[in-house]
Design a protein around this ligand. Sequence first.
Ligand code: 5GP
Ligand code: ZN
Length: 117
Amino acid sequence: MAGEPQDDCLFCKIVAGHVPATIVRETETTVAFRDINPQAPTHVLIIPRAHYKDAAALATAEPALAADLLREAQAVADDEKLDSYRVVFNTGAGAGQTVFHTHAHVLGGRGLEWPPG
Ligand code: 5GP
Ligand code: ZN
């Protein structure tokens, strides 16, 4: 069923507490934790507790939950005292998506060039 935990999904395991992570925020619907390979002084991943393969699948099935990720991004930025930050949803392997449980990257704490590399 849509949104159900997947046995082979790393981020479902983090939600379940079966894989450790440095969790910085939790809500009823989301978990935010530090990326294991940070690309900026702040690099936090925000995930829905429910499993959806990418942001579009999430937004189609549960638009309110997709919006929760964006609100949580601002909450992370506030917690980390960031004036500005970037939210990234890599979608598809060609764009660098390696974990197919949707996640918002929140990056900040350094200059972020635009367009990105
Ligand atoms: P993607 O490449 O799919 O957009 O992002 C996946 C992110 O998950 C990467 O930035 C990667 O460093 C991070 N990551 C992969 N494995 C782990 C892990 O076990 N723990 C944490 N905290 N982050 C992970
Ligand atoms: Zn999952």
